[in-house]
Design a binder for this molecule. Sequence first.
Ligand code: 6LW
Length: 511
Amino acid sequence: MKYRNPIISGYNPDPSICRVGEDYYIVNSSFEFYPGVPVYHSRNLVNWELEGYCLTEESQLDLHGCRPSGGIYAPTIRYHQGTFFMTTTNTSGKGNFIVHTTDMKNGWSQPAWVDQGGIDPSLLFDDDGTVYFASTSMDSEGNTGIFLCQVNPYTGERLTESVVISRGCGGRYAEGPHLYKWFGKYYLMLAEGGTEYGHMETILRSDSPYGPFEACPHNPILTHRDDMREEIYCTGHADMIEDHNGNWWMVCLAIRPCQEKKDRVLLHNLGRETFLTPVVWTEDGWPVVGEKGLISPEMDGPLPGESPVPVNRDFADDFSKDRFSPHYNFLRNPSMENYVRDTAEGKLILKGTGTTINEMASPTWIGVRQKGFETVSTAVVSLLDAVQGMRAGLTAYYNDSYHYEIYLSRELDRWKVCLAKHVHDIFTVTASAELPAAENVMLRIVSDKTYYRFSYSLDGETFVELGSGLVVGLCTESTRNMTFTGTYLGMFAENGCAAFENFHVKVLDHE
Ligand code: 6LW
């Protein structure tokens, strides 16, 4: 059965997958965004619904002061004897922890912190009841390695010393470890080469979880570092699973470049997305991934469950219901009293504080992941205050130093619509127009692979383009520090209240 990649588009990196009967669950990293660790559910491995998050309270997810691309790194989800376990790292907090639940609808436990350092934690529930905890860390000489200990998954108590079990298969930064028990052996799968264009997945196996490990003769089992098709790059950080029909699958992160081949510039703004590939086994028990270690935008495989249906990546909110969609994210730990859903009027009231979207803090900002290159985002905006210097509008947002926004503002005694851009240390208004009033103005962001274009309309029909911003300004490769996220399309308010109506994001990319 044919299907399209990515299976979860937009910034959803470091996927980990588990199976419960005929139900499948994927979790992803979430960094400085709140809630933390999204959980997607599927029954055919292609159509995924965002069910919610593992970390929904500040006591589980303290992101105060978290730097861009800090916070929550790679998670692992496992299911054992009726209980889900998720382990991850709060790199801006106390490190590695485990949460658990028997029913996701009732939320997850408080963090059980594990006294083993590093990132990319993973769990293996062995047949004899032992629970192994692996992570990628550094030894006293600063050498990275995969560390292993035994833990109590409920309390996080480390039951044995942490020991190095592998340094990888020769690629730099051996990370993203997953230890499995398959066919009576312990398989250790790793991401190596770094999460950029040299990324790859390797696998080893042993009769003991502590090794010594034998490397797969055709490592790396997955990499796009030399793939000349130039459609998908950075494949790695994978997890594997046997479906309920006995077929095998891998989920991994990868990126789709936002530049056309002719431009030959390696850039991506949508973030690292989640991809799916079938896996088969060799006679001597080694996995063969995809098309001999390559994956494609369209693949074929023995999918479980119902045939895939077309994926709808649009988003719409008329604010008539009192609950926020799980697709909304906030920055760090939001003050929810600043986000009021006026269901009677069909409005979202954003109460802007003195914290702006240029700050590494929690401004009044709410966004959804940009899930395609070609999008149209609109909302009708009205300023409710006439405060000098207030701003409220729509933003294409990567992080606090990389964002473009079209917004209404009050300057001296005039109402204005403005376009501002923040790239690196340059924050400036690049265009503005005076308005007769700052109410019921429709703002619009139209994106393609090269530009974000910003327009406004006073009647909802005729739009005036205020200006544009290059997509390259919001790409992961363009940020001054290493970052791991992707663009959001969202609403924001600063220094006063604003009302938003009919927030829509339409994805036009042809699957
Ligand atoms: C992830 C690790 C990595 O934890 O990036 O570059 C981190 N390697 O595997 C964030 O995605």
